[in-house]
Write a protein that binds this ligand. Structure first.
Ligand SMILES: [Zn+2]
Length: 245
């Protein structure tokens, strides 16, 4: 009587494993997506810095142009002023503006060097990030395929399990389902190992051992899982029915 139930359990445990993969795989995929976002942000931050330096360079250059226009105007005025104080004041302004221009020109040189190294860094980082993103894309495709596989496999096993359940005695099926629901995961029908229940790893009552060896269906007096004696069933049927601890 247990033989059909063991068949069913074998399918149920495989369904359980598929479901576990169906929850684990999306978690892995979310990790990949987070990595992808971090890389994209990193690249974006570097590009923004580059644009910022470029902008400052352009501003400095247009500032220099304006100051040079102003300088030419002052220099032209030198020929027209009559009073000495005005002349001195203009000279002072000219001196001032020349200093400002020199200062800005220095800054432009700094910015040009920074742009140069920043461009080089950006190129290297873009290559590195691009290749990491490609790798992530491949990994995402892989996990998508794994998920699809687990889903298809589970659906196929569920159909098989529904058929297998029809062959199991109604009361026994009910008991089995109740134990499975209580234990949440793992096997509900477990082999006796020597005198120990392989579901809970406790010694079971000697009377139970005799009954189980005689082929009767008995529950472990500790954990309530149904027990069977391995020698009563062929290995193929009994395989994969050891409960997880
Ligand atoms: Zn037990």
């Amino acid at each position: 009587m247990l033989k059909q139930l063991l068949q069913l359990q074998k399918l149920d445990l495989r369904i359980e494993e598929c479901k576990r993969r169906e929850t684990e795989i999306p978690k892995q995929k979310r990790k990949y997506e987070e990595q992808r976002k971090r890389l994209a942000d990193e690249l974006e931050a570097q590009q923004a810095h580059y644009r910022q330096v470029e902008l400052e360079q352009r501003e400095c250059e247009s500032d220099i142009e304006q100051k040079q226009t102003q300088l030419s105007k002052y220099q032209a005025q030198l020929n027209t002023v009559k009073k000495n104080e005005e002349y001195q004041a203009l000279l002072h302004e000219i001196d001032n503006i020349k200093k400002q221009i020199a200062h800005k020109e220095e800054r432009v040189l700094e910015l040009m060097m920074e742009l140069e190294s920043s461009k080089e860094r950006l190129r290297e980082d873009r290559d590195r990030i691009d290749s990491e993103l490609r790798k992530l894309d491949e990994q995402c495709t892989e996990v998508d395929a794994e998920l699809e596989e687990a889903r298809t496999e589970r659906q196929r096993l569920e159909q098989e399990a529904a058929k297998a359940a029809e062959a199991v005695d109604g009361d026994l099926l009910h008991r089995y389902r109740r134990i499975r629901a209580n234990k949440k995961s793992g096997a509900a029908v477990v082999p006796l190992r020597e005198e120990v229940c392989s579901g809970c790893h406790m010694y079971v009552l000697p009377q139970l051992i005799n009954e189980v060896m005689a082929g009767e269906i008995r529950a472990c007096n500790h954990c309530g899982r149904l027990l069977y004696y391995r020698d009563n069933y062929d290995n193929e049927t009994a395989g994969a029915t050891d409960a997880a601890p």
